[in-house]
Each structure stands twice: as structure tokens, then as C-alpha cells.
Design a protein around this ligand. Structure first.
Ligand SMILES: NC(=O)c1ccc[n+]([C@@H]2O[C@H](COP(=O)([O-])OP(=O)(O)OC[C@H]3O[C@@H](n4cnc5c(N)ncnc54)[C@H](OP(=O)(O)O)[C@@H]3O)[C@@H](O)[C@H]2O)c1
Length: 250
């Protein structure tokens, strides 16, 4: 088991990619805080995981957090510290998206995108690093292929993910002195609720035609990249952005 004895906090782990990463980390021996926008969502996700695997109660924690609220972020981190005494792995995964051109985007939509996709990453990382700096650890941010190549009618989303890549590289430089590694995973198109809400059938077919591996990723296809970055296998890897997109963009 690659994560025995480790404690992981994963934002956005009630559904989609984050939920699959939580399942993978638990199976590799980690204790995992499952976080969602509401406590009941996190509890539901935790119960489902417990039904699916035989995991003891002391291995999972369910936390509701409003990532737009600094106090709520602080409470989330404190709950993990008060329960397990440390955080070895932070996955900043929660995110929102929208398919809007700049002219269609209101101030509120642009601010919300940055509030959740970028500012919460900075705030959560700051709160976690207060503790992680004494032990070292691994921070993994979920970026996106459009955070590397841009995306038509996705300017707010894409630019928030470009910024996440900037955070990843800058914090890799800043936190290396504490033996904290900071990396990102940039998914292509993954079959989650987010994808269903934003990619229509035509777009899906077009993306499939452009993907050398000729399939849509399931969250399971992503989990291995997170496990690698969280584990000692990546002990000398920091500041990288791993694309996991079936070869869609290269
Ligand atoms: N799916 C793709 O094709 C794709 C591609 C590239 C990058 N990504 C990135 O991958 C990450 C995960 O995406 P996904 O597709 O797995 O998303 P998803 O299925 O829509 O799940 C989103 C998660 O984020 C949580 N969340 C959303 N807003 C929140 C808030 N204000 N406060 C706290 N938690 C909040 C949700 O919690 P609740 O369940 O409580 O609502 C949920 O756990 C995102 O950063 C996304 O940008 C996804």
C-alpha cells in the first residue's frame, strides 16, 4: 500500500474525479477527509464508500465546506487536524465551469469562477501549509487541458485554470524548503456531472474523434496520476503539470 499512515484532505470529493481519488487513496491505506459543498453531500458520499469497501470509521471523515468562505475553509482544515493531527496530502480539486463567451459573462459569474477555482486553492493551501510545513507533504491541484491551451467560450474557466498552473509552479518554488511538493493534474474530458452539464453530444463526438485513445475518460482513468503524485514514487517531482487527456492535446 502506497499511502499507509498518510492523511489526505480532498476538496470536491463527494462526486466525480475527487470521489474516485478518495476511493483510490483509501484503498492505498490513507485516511481521507471527504469534502463537498454541503455536509449532507459529504456524509452521503462517505456512506457510499463505506458500503462499497470495508473501511473502518476512523479512516474517513465527512466535511461540508463553502469554498467561497475563508472561515469555512479554516474550519475544514481544523476538523482534519483535530481528528488526525496532521495533513500529509492536500488535493485542491473542487471546481466549477461554464460555457460562456466573455460578452455573455457577468461580473458575478467571473468572480464566482475565480473564487472557487483559484482563490479557494490559495486559501486552503495557506491553511494547510501552516501544519504541513513541519512534516512535509504533497499538494496536488486539479487544473485542466484548457488551462494550458485555452478554450473557446470558456475564458473565465480557462484563465482560472491557467492561474492554478501558476500557483502550482510558484508554490513548488516557495514550499520546497519545507519538503512540500506541489504538482497539478490537467484532465481532458472526463465523464462526470460537470462534463454532462457543459459538453453536448456534438461536442462529445468531435472530442472523441480528436482523442488518439478514442474514448472518454472515466474518473478511474485519472486516479493513478494523483496516486503517483501523492506517493513516495514522486519524491523528487515538484512543479509539474501532468496532462491526462488521452492525447487530446499535445
Ligand atoms: N470533468 C471534466 O471533464 C474535467 C476536465 C478538466 C478539469 N476538470 C476539473 O476537475 C475538478 C473536478 O471536476 P469534476 O468533473 O469531478 O466535478 P463535479 O463532478 O462537478 O464535482 C464537483 C465537486 O466540487 C464540489 N464543489 C463545487 N462547488 C463547491 C463549493 N462552492 N464549495 C465546496 N465544494 C464545491 C462539489 O461538491 P457537491 O457535491 O457538494 O456539490 C463536488 O464534490 C474540477 O476542478 C474541474 O475543473 C474536470
Amino acid at each position: 500500500m502506497k499511502l499507509e499512515g498518510k492523511v489526505a484532505l480532498i476538496t470536491g470529493s463527494t462526486r466525480g474525479i475527487g470521489n474516485e481519488v478518495a476511493r483510490c487513496f483509501l484503498q492505498e491505506g490513507a485516511k481521507v477527509a471527504i469534502c463537498g459543498s454541503k455536509e449532507e453531500n459529504a456524509i452521503r458520499a462517505m456512506q457510499k464508500i463505506k458500503e462499497d469497501f470495508s473501511i473502518s470509521d476512523d479512516k474517513v471523515l465527512a466535511i461540508g465546506v463553502d469554498l467561497k468562505n475563508t472561515e469555512s475553509i479554516r474550519d475544514m482544515v481544523e476538523k482534519v487536524i483535530n481528528t488526525w493531527g496532521k495533513i500529509d496530502i492536500l488535493v485542491n480539486n473542487a471546481g466549477i465551469t461554464s460555457n460562456r463567451s466573455l460578452l455573455e459573462s457577468s461580473d458575478e459569474e467571473i468572480y464566482e469562477m475565480f473564487e472557487i477555482n483559484l482563490f479557494s486553492v490559495l486559501k486552503t493551501t495557506r491553511e494547510v501549509v501552516k501544519y504541513m510545513k513541519d512534516t512535509g507533504g504533497s499538494i496536488i491541484n486539479t487544473s485542466s487541458m484548457v488551462g494550458i491551451y485555452g478554450g473557446k467560450n470558456q475564458v473565465a474557466y480557462a484563465s482560472s485554470k491557467f492561474a492554478v498552473n501558476g500557483v502550482t509552479k510558484s508554490l513548488a518554488k516557495e514550499l520546497g524548503m519545507y519538503q512540500i511538493r506541489v504538482n497539478a493534474v490537467a484532465p481532458g474530458v472526463v465523464a462526470t456531472d460537470m462534463m454532462k452539464d457543459t459538453v453536448n453530444e456534438n461536442m462529445k463526438q468531435m472530442l472523441l474523434n480528436m482523442t488518439p485513445l478514442q474514448k472518454m475518460a472515466e474518473p478511474k482513468d485519472l486516479a493513478g496520476a494523483y496516486l503517483y503524485l501523492a506517493s513516495e514514487d514522486a519524491s523528487f517531482t515538484t512543479g509539474t503539470i501532468i496532462q491526462v487527456d488521452g492525447g487530446l492535446v499535445m
